[in-house]
Structure formats: C-alpha cells, structure tokens
Design a protein around this ligand. Sequence first.
Ligand code: G3H
Ligand code: 13P
Ligand code: ZN
Length: 307
Amino acid sequence: MGLVTGKEILDKADKEGYAVGAFNINNMEILQAIVNAAKLENSPVMIAVSEGAIKYAGIDYLTSLVKTAAESTDIPIALHLDHGKDFKVILSCIRYGFTSLMIDASSLPFEENVAETKKVVGVAHPLGISVEAELGRLQGVEDNVSVAERDAILINPKEAKIFVKETGVDSLAPAIGTSHGAFKFKGKAELDFERLKETKKLTKIPLVLHGASSVPKEILDQAAKYGAKIPGAKGVPTGQIKKAIENGINKVNIDTDLRLTLTGAIRKVFYESPEQFDPRKILGPARDSMSDLVRKKMKLLGSSGKA
Ligand code: G3H
Ligand code: 13P
Ligand code: ZN
C-alpha cells in the first residue's frame, strides 16, 4: 500500500486507546522481523531509523528496504526518523520519503526547543509529514533526587501545553523517568504517571514513550547462557508499559529489546554450532526470535488486530 504518516497511525491509536510500537532498524533482518510480526498480528507499525542507523547503513538502503516492505502489504507502516538532531539529516529524510520525523531539541532551553521544533513543523507539515518532539530529559531518575532536580529532568505539563500550542507538533515525547539502553534504573523502576496524566489532559495529542524496552529476564538469561556479560541490566516492567498506555501513551519506542534478542540468538548459534559460517544460518534464527519478540510487544501494546 505504500507508507502512511505517523499522524494517521497515532491519531487512530489515541482515539481507540492503544499504542503502536516504533521499532528501530539497522539492517534488513531487523526490518523483516518487524514487518513479518506486523503482518501476523495485523498490526500497524512504525519503523524507526536513527541518525546512527543512517550513518551505518545509508539512508538510500534503509528507505528502499522500508518502502519495499510497505509495498508488500496493506498493513499501515510509517517510516520515522528517530531523534533527529541535525537539520540537514531531517531535510534529507524528507527528500527520501520519510512520513514521520522526530526533532529532538530536548537538550536545549525551552524557547530554543520551541524554535527548532517550529522550524521542522514548518517544512514538514506543508508536505504532509508528521512531526514528533520531546520535552524534558531522558535520563534515569534516582529515588533519592530532590523535587527540584526531578522538576529539572522530567516534563512540566504546563510547559507541554504551551509547547504543543506554539509548535503545532503532532505527537510529543514527555520525559517521565525512562532512559535509553539496557540500564534504566539502579533502584526501583517507577515512571511518573501523574505527570503523564496531566500532560495528556493539557495537550490532548498522542504521547510517546521513549526508552520503553523491558529488558526481559528470559532474554538476558538466554544471552548470558551463551556468554553475554550484561550485568545490572534493567528495563521498564511490562505492567508499567500498560499503565502508561492507559494514561495516554500511544507510541512505544523499542530498540534495546531487539538488540538483546538478536545478540542472544546469534550467540546460541556460535556456541552450539562452532563450525557454522553461513550468514543465513547465523542471522536467520535471530530474525525469527526478533519477530516473536515484536509479536509479543504488539499484543502488550494493544495494536494487534488494529491494522
Ligand atoms: O534512541 C536510541 C535508539 O535506541 C537508537 O540508538 O542512536 O544507537 O541508533 P542509536
Ligand atoms: P530502548 O533503549 O528502551 O529500547 O528505547 C528506544 C528508544 O527510545 C528509541 O527512540
Ligand atoms: Zn528514544
């Protein structure tokens, strides 16, 4: 069917009260795993491409792969730039046919974040491309930080209302206590649901949860069994992902769980079949495992059957 916009996918999710996964890709096998899962689950999906992924694989290769995937099915698929920081990369994504762009100016002061986001909305919206922005900082919030420190890191819902009105963004990523990667919490994993609830009430647009991998024990155990050393890894418990969706999250970003799954599956082949050197026998099982993972995520998010 071709690519659809992020807005089309997320407005429906918002109206119907579920979330859609945005899964990061770096190569063909990861993309195929995600799209295969979306087909089996009859689920809409967003394919997330970071600036790092573009640097690694090339924007031409990645967009061709995603367009080919979208043309192979009627499942709604959006091609999304994840954490766009460089305006030149954003323009290049527009030229290559991305249907959704994230401008991440969250490290800048509020007014500069507004200005950068407005600049992207100004070029994207006339072309029918959706825009996501971020407010607050994605970093671990320890149990013992002061109220002032917490306020400095996490989203301020009143600011979010002004931000959405001034920028015209289609979706917003509020910092509510998650962080990227496999080491999200030193102590108790607890997101700030009050801030999330208030942000949704005041902005009334689709909200995005970054750093949403759960780092499941069974995936860590599998990787460790075959030699991985990732001590202290901890993610967002699935119960909190569900609660976040109940309180207004409509897009859930997952990369780390894919990476861990791929690592475990590849290690298993190397461990059990040291004579193996056919890339299809090495990457094929990883692709299958990632597809199973994505299917489970789609069920959890409530997007299964919503295509
Ligand atoms: O936001 C982080 C995503 O996991 C992408 O990571 O920048 O290493 O590609 P990356
Ligand atoms: P994880 O590192 O938790 O998978 O988060 C990915 C993400 O937020 C991509 O934007
Ligand atoms: Zn992110």
